[in-house]
Design a protein around this ligand. Structure first.
Ligand code: 2P0
Length: 345
């Protein structure tokens, strides 16, 4: 009998950013994100009798085509979890994956992709051993973290924290946890329009960028600031102060990119149209008082964050003023989502 497991896992957007890490994927500071809904990866893993003597006998297909370039990061992930997943050495492992968002959209697939894979592997472990640990999602988040730090946050829906912080006794560097604070209604159906500015691969990978925080002249101050911002954000999320929210997330986004620009070697992931869009967002906010804010990931795309009540104004603004600056005029209308789900065939 073939053993298989299939999961859909979403991407997430950090409000307080993870940038810098220690050995074994331990974050240098805590981060907090919104889990998304429309940007997700679906992955199916099937185990069958081993075909070769290699340590890990596996193949990966993206959109039904073999994808050799994914193998090194996955093999590294297998090595990181094999002490808890001995079955990885005993089977041929077939991984079939696809993303809801366009492949070369510049949307990082490592959060959704690595969490979907971790969830499948943990389900398979449980099928083989007959155990169902009561903390399934916590363990899946821990395994996801070992694949890619930001992936640890994708298994849960809504607001999710990863990394130890003083105010939150259940927080951990090992795995993410659902945000423990009170959340104002306004954040429950928040929108994130992902504006595609640049497609294709980035000049510097996130893993390399994290590495450049070692010996970075501003690193310690930045890690301290992330703790402070997380604590401020907890209050903002409770009281629903949108202006304070926007001020904090925009500052986090620009600080992330400032860390890149002040690394050695230095680099810039924003593109001219990224800056143009930020400028237009600021102008629009000033003129209309619409609560529209931006954040950035480690790339050139711009995420527009706003409450559902502002959607009509924002959509008109994007169509009228921002579309000319987007790659092929493309953007994805996303919103806060529920987290990963298992798919039963
Ligand atoms: C984040 N980013 O908190 C930050 C903000 C990008 C900008 O985590 O090396 O793909 O696989 O742990 O998680 C991107 O880095 O890096 C990231 P690895 P990851 O979402």
């Amino acid at each position: 009998m073939k053993l298989s497991s299939k999961w859909r896992s979403p991407s997430n957007i950090a409000l307080v950013k993870y940038w810098g890490k220690h050995a074994n994927q331990i974050p240098a500071n805590p981060s907090l994100s919104f889990t998304l809904k429309e940007c997700y990866t679906e992955t199916e893993v099937t185990l069958s009798p081993k075909k070769s003597d290699t340590e890990f006998d596996f193949e990966v297909q993206l959109d039904e085509k073999l994808e050799e370039s994914f193998k090194p990061k996955i093999e590294k992930f297998f090595k990181a979890i094999v002490h808890e997943a001995g079955f990885l050495k005993e089977y041929h492992i077939s991984i079939k994956t696809n993303n809801s968002f366009p492949h070369s959209s510049g949307i990082a697939s490592s959060a959704s992709g690595m969490s979907a894979l971790a969830l499948c592997l943990l389900s398979l472990k449980n099928q083989i051993t007959g155990d169902e640990p009561k903390d399934f999602l916590q363990k899946a988040s821990e395994w996801s973290r070992l694949g890619s730090g930001s992936a640890s946050r994708s298994v849960y829906g809504g607001l999710v924290q990863w990394g130890k912080s003083a105010n939150n006794p259940v927080s951990s560097d090992q795995f993410a946890t659902p945000f423990q604070g009170k959340t104002h209604e306004i954040f429950k159906d928040f929108k994130d329009y992902v504006l595609l500015v640049e497609v294709g691969s980035k000049s510097v990978s996130s893993t390399a960028g994290h590495g450049l925080m070692n010996n970075h002249p501003f690193a310690e101050k930045r890690f301290e600031q992330a703790h402070e911002n997380l604590s401020k954000l907890e209050t903002i999320l409770e009281n629903g102060d949108l202006e304070a929210f926007g001020n904090l997330v925009e500052s986090e986004a620009l600080t992330l990119h400032a860390m890149m620009m002040t690394s050695q070697p230095y680099f810039i992931l924003m593109k001219p149209n990224t800056v143009k869009i930020i400028d237009l967002v600021w102008q629009f906010r000033k003129e209309t008082s619409t609560p529209l804010y931006f954040t950035l990931d480690a790339g050139a795309n711009v995420h527009l964050l706003f409450p559902a009540s502002a959607e009509t104004q924002v959509e008109n603004f994007v169509e009228r003023e921002l579309r000319p600056y987007l790659k092929d005029g493309r953007y994805i209308k996303d919103c806060v989502g529920e987290g990963a789900v298992e798919i039963n065939n």
